[in-house]
Structure formats: C-alpha cells, structure tokens
Design a protein around this ligand. Sequence first.
Ligand SMILES: Nc1nc2c(c(=O)[nH]1)N[C@H]1C(S)=C(S)[C@@H](COP(=O)(O)O)O[C@H]1N2
Ligand SMILES: [Mo]
Length: 198
Amino acid sequence: MKDATAIHEEFGGDRLPPGQRRTDRFPVLSKSGTPRWDVESWEFTVSGAVEDNLALSWSDFLDLSTETQKQDFHCVTGWSRFDNEFAGVTFPTLAEEAGVEDEAVHVLFGSLDGYTTNLPLEECLREEVLFTHELDGQPLPSEHGGPLRVVTPHKYAYKGAKWVDSVEFLTEPRRGYWEKRGYSNTANPWNEERYSSF
Ligand SMILES: Nc1nc2c(c(=O)[nH]1)N[C@H]1C(S)=C(S)[C@@H](COP(=O)(O)O)O[C@H]1N2
Ligand SMILES: [Mo]
C-alpha cells in the first residue's frame, strides 16, 4: 500500500495542519443529503479538452487499475482524520485514459447532488488524487460519497467531490459550489487557506 501521509512535508508543515484537531470519528458534511444512485443507470463522464470523451458504466470503472493508499483527510471546519485507507483510480490514470489536450488548464468535478468543485489541472495530476470507492477495506459508505468520490489530501476536503459522476477538462478556470460561496479557491491546509475575501 502506498503511504501518502507524508505529503505535508512537501508543503513545509506538520502532519496536523494549523488550526486543525485530530478526530477518529468521520463526520459527514453534505450540502443537501445523500443522493440515490442506481448501478444500472450510473454513468461517469469525462469531457471537455480531451482526445476521447468517456462515458463509463460502474463495471467499466471497476475495470480501471485500482490502488490502495493511506491518506490523511482535512476538513475546513477544523477536524482531521488520519490513516484512511482509500482504494480507487488515480487522477493521472483517468487522465491518461481520456488523453488530456494541451489546452486543458483546469478541472471541474460534478456530482449526483449537483455539487461541483474545481482545481487547476496540475493540482489534479498527482497520484494522491484518487477516485475512491473503498474506505478501510469496505465499500465507501454512501454518506461519505459512495459509490465514488474524489479525495484530495493536499487540500481541504471540500475539493473532493462526493458522488462524483463527471470530470470536465477546461481551458480556463471556473469555480465550483463552495468556491463561489466564499470558501478559498486554493484551499491549502498548511497555509490555512479556508475562506476567500471577495
Ligand atoms: N457531492 C458533494 N461532495 C462534497 C460535499 C457535498 O455537499 N456534496 N461536501 C464537501 C465538503 S464541504 C466536505 S467537508 C467533504 C466532507 O466529506 P465527508 O462527508 O465524507 O466527511 O465533502 C465535500 N464533498
Ligand atoms: Mo466542508
């Protein structure tokens, strides 16, 4: 298993970012409850500045190569959960599958509940950015984003879309749900980038 719990070193900070406290619980934070999904009709799409638009069924997605990583999880409301074992498909693997065009600079993730979140492409092209469907050896609980969510251990957790079902490669930046509502667009936990000032 890949241990990604040392990525804080890259950001020049302690394992527990400033202003966070450690918890062993895993609180649930959702803007509007847990959406329903159906394994037969679920479809995951990749579009925008890519060579091949993808439309993957649940079994197509499970055919992609999967890896397990140990990661920390930092919520902007002040709690961190260490040593989560997430299994899934890395962002670079998925990007490779679609073939990212040179013009792509940004990414917008979309979800079954209408949530969106955004990141620069270079912040997505990291092994730790995972489309995950397993937590601690079990299918990812639906309230935590099952069947599939994104995790972004280098960012506050609102950058990881639960119930993710679309990825759009963009030629210019676009803000997602919380980024339009006053949360930081950059969301680096070691700099406490929690809110934006506009
Ligand atoms: N689709 C979707 N993804 C989401 C959210 C949401 O409301 N909908 N909330 C975000 C926020 S604000 C946080 S802190 C984390 C919480 O993840 P958890 O409920 O697994 O702790 O999910 C993020 N991803
Ligand atoms: Mo959050």
